[in-house]
Design a binder for this molecule. Structure first.
Ligand code: ZN
Length: 312
């Protein structure tokens, strides 16, 4: 728990207090912006709910807590929307599975991260389950687009709003992670803490960290375009596009007075000299179009990005 994010703690304490006082709703919807950690908060809450003790927080010692740690609790089910659309058959199977009495403790929990991925039929099946709550059965949903959920689902849930962390909170939390320093140097790309963590887990820190410097070197002619795009393939084309887009976006914002991350100062000077603000805006739009085209069609990513960067 030492690295449990500070900005999530008040939400967790609120739920633990309700649980300890036996006043917790059987349905929770945890909402917040992408990458602020609603899934992490939900995972803690889920463990607390599965614990057999009467206290708010999970004891870590009981049979249920041990089964949760081993990822093998028979009364806990996950339906993750990150993998794709959640369909009605999946919900029906799951509600059948949890309609039995708990096998281990008092409670059963259904965890639905990225709940916006439920299609209408799946959402209606979840709504039905929420309307007829079985004793000791909890639904924990998370969403970064909660307004796209059925209003009838939202109104049945206790809403928990995850706040945006401050830059100081994010920096302090990153300090406790491996490679925290390197991740803090990517604030020009994003300040969403869990997005930064995902970049680290995907081993893409170097790809992003080196991009502004390499781009600058390429525009000054000290490395070739081929060297800049060395390692580019269809699996990481999105990362290159995101990185370049962030560089252009930050530069455009800075030209209208916003503060610029130190890491982008050299490339900002180069881009303004070569392109000027009008062309910077054009390149930004062109890059966005390229990103959307690459998702829709089978274009050769290296050829497309080479063509784009030749115009910088
Ligand atoms: Zn326990």
């Amino acid at each position: 728990m030492s690295s449990f994010p500070q900005w999530l703690a008040p939400c967790l304490q609120q739920v633990q207090a309700l649980k300890a006082n036996r006043g917790l709703s059987h349905a929770l919807l945890i909402k917040g912006a992408d990458g602020v950690g609603q899934e992490s908060l939900a995972s803690e809450i889920v463990c607390d709910l599965m614990c057999e003790s009467d206290q708010g927080a999970a004891c870590g010692e009981c049979h249920s807590c041990k089964l949760m740690k081993a990822d093998s609790h028979p009364d806990f089910r996950v339906l993750d929307g990150e993998a794709g659309t959640i369909k009605v058959d999946q919900v029906r199977l799951l509600t059948r599975q949890i309609s039995q009495k708990p096998q281990v403790g008092q409670n059963k929990v259904v965890f639905i991260p990225h709940a916006q991925a439920m299609n209408l039929n799946a959402a209606n099946a979840v709504l039905k389950a929420l309307e007829e709550p079985a004793d000791g059965t909890y639904f924990v949903l998370t969403s970064s687009q909660s307004t796209s959920l059925l209003p009838t689902i939202r109104s049945r849930c206790l809403l928990i709003n995850v706040p945006m962390p401050t830059m100081v909170e994010v920096a302090q939390w990153l300090d406790q992670q491996a490679d925290g320093q390197a991740l803090s140097s990517l604030f020009w790309l994003t300040t969403q803490p869990y997005r930064l963590l995902a970049i680290q887990q995907q081993q893409k820190v170097a790809l992003y960290a080196e991009l502004p410097g390499k781009l600058n070197a390429m525009l000054h002619g000290s490395i070739s375009l081929n060297e800049l795009l060395k390692g580019l393939d269809s699996k990481n084309i999105d990362d290159y596009c995101h990185g370049l887009e962030a560089i252009l976006h930050q530069s455009i914002c800075h030209s209208t007075g916003a503060k610029l991350d130190e890491a982008l100062l050299p490339i900002y000077g180069t881009l303004m000299t070569r392109l000027g603000i009008q062309n910077l805006l054009l390149r930004y739009q062109s890059l966005q179009k390229l990103k959307s085209d690459l998702q829709k069609t089978n274009l050769n990513p290296i050829m497309q990005l080479t063509h784009e960067l030749n115009q910088w």
